[in-house]
Every structure is written in structure tokens, then in C-alpha cells.
Ligand binder design. Structure first.
Ligand code: B4P
Length: 192
């Protein structure tokens, strides 16, 4: 099984690259951002609770995100692999994911870390704001999301570096070049 995490700040291209990885490697895409936005669209009590965090650029509490993730992953255990997009975002989430995957004998193989500088992140997300309709794509909240990433999510890189699983990719290049470099990292892993 090929189990990947795509890791990076908001606007680094995680969603964009995940779609291409799914097409090429036939893994199952799980984006916690998408799962949470689905809940918001359904306007369920859970969706309204989630909106309170996302609209402020804050992380949704671990227990909610972990439950969503586990339920979705359980439904796809017959897959040739997973790409986790936007998950984990905290150490608690990472430890839970490691436990879930190791218990099944299907550990995470590779963490693809996509690096993009802050000004470029802001530019991309403001560009997307024009047609995304996403309530968290606006100037004030974009900066807040970048701050939250730096304080709560970035420390995870050290967690995965200790496990020797991180491939750093320059996300400043055009989409196709970023994908070529990601493919190279995955192919090298599969050749071992
Ligand atoms: P996400 O849905 O994960 O949103 P995101 O970080 O903004 O990334 P996304 O994948 O959408 O954008 P991408 O970089 O592909 O999370 C949203 C919110 O949900 C979080 O703030 C949080 O509140 C909550 N949440 C989600 N998961 C959570 C968790 N695990 N725990 C707690 N809370 C959680 O693309 C951005 C733009 O860049 C696009 O317009 C794209 O076209 C462009 N782009 C991409 N690659 C490019 C390139 N190489 N060159 C130029 N432009 C590029």
C-alpha cells in the first residue's frame, strides 16, 4: 500500500497536487478541509459548529476532525493507498494517524512537504477568493490561517523528520513542475 501525506501551508498547492497524485497513483484522497466543508454545506449542527472555527481561520478541534477522518478512512480500507491532504495538522492528529495505520500494518510511507513563501501564499489565496466562495478566503483570515499553520502545524515536520519520512518539494514552481518533483519522490520510494 502507498500511504502519503501532503503537507504545507494554506495555498501551497496541497489540493491541486492531490488531484494529480490520485490520477496517477490511484490512491484514495482524503481532505479534511473538504470533509469539513461538506458538513458546513449540509447545515447540520456539527456543520455549524465547524463553521465557527473555519470562518475565523482557526483549526477545528482534534476530536471532530479525527472522527471525520476515521469514519472516512474506514470506508476505504480496500484501497491501494491513501493521500491525506490537510491532515494531520496537530501532533495529536499525527499520533492518532500513526496508531490507526500501524495497527493495520499499513504505515505512512512518505510525507510530501510543499514549501511556498508567505507572500506567494497570500497572492494565491486572494486569487482563489475571487471565485472559490470560501468564507475563509479573505485577507484577514488568510493571514490568520498562515499564522495558525506556523504555530500549530509546522512543528509536525520535526515529528516526521525524526521518522525519516519527509520529502521537501519546492512549491514555488508551476503546477506541472511541482508534480514532476513529487512523482520523482514517490517513484524513488516505490523503487526501494
Ligand atoms: P484546507 O481545505 O486544507 O485548505 P487549504 O490549507 O487552504 O489548502 P487547499 O488545499 O484548499 O489549497 P491549495 O493549496 O491546493 O483547510 C481549510 C480549513 O479547514 C482550515 O483552515 C481549518 O480551519 C480546517 N481544517 C482542515 N483540516 C483540518 C485539520 N486536520 N485539523 C483542524 N482543522 C482543519 O491551493 C490554493 C491556490 O493556489 C489555488 O487557487 C491553486 O490554484 C493555487 N496553486 C496551487 N499550486 C500552484 C502553483 N504551483 N502555482 C501557482 N498557483 C498554484
Amino acid at each position: 500500500m502507498l500511504n502519503l501525506i501532503i503537507f504545507g501551508p494554506p495555498g501551497s498547492g496541497k489540493g491541486t497536487q492531490s488531484a494529480k497524485i490520485v490520477e496517477k497513483y490511484k490512491v484514495t484522497h482524503i481532505s479534511t478541509g473538504d470533509l469539513l466543508r461538506d458538513e458546513m454545506e449540509k447545515k447540520t449542527p456539527l456543520g455549524e459548529e465547524v463553521r465557527g472555527y473555519i470562518d475565523k481561520g482557526m483549526l477545528v478541534p482534534d476530536d471532530i476532525v479525527i472522527r471525520e477522518l476515521q469514519e472516512t478512512a474506514e470506508r476505504h480500507m480496500d484501497t491501494p493507498g491513501f493521500i491525506f491532504d490537510g491532515f494531520p495538522r496537530t501532533i495529536v492528529q499525527a499520533e492518532m494517524l500513526d496508531k490507526m495505520m500501524e495497527e493495520r500494518g499499513i504505515p505512512i510511507n512518505l510525507v510530501i512537504s510543499v514549501d511556498v513563501d508567505e507572500q506567494e501564499l497570500f497572492k494565491r489565496l486572494m486569487g482563489r477568493a475571487e471565485d472559490s466562495g470560501r468564507s475563509d478566503d479573505n485577507e484577514e483570515i488568510i493571514w490568520k490561517r498562515i499564522e495558525v499553520y506556523k504555530s500549530q502545524t509546522l512543528p509536525l515536520l520535526a515529528y516526521y523528520r525524526k521518522q525519516g519520512k519527509v520529502a521537501s518539494i519546492n512549491g514555488m514552481e508551476p503546477v506541472e513542475e511541482v508534480f514532476e518533483n513529487i512523482s520523482h519522490a514517490i517513484d524513488s520510494l516505490m523503487a526501494v
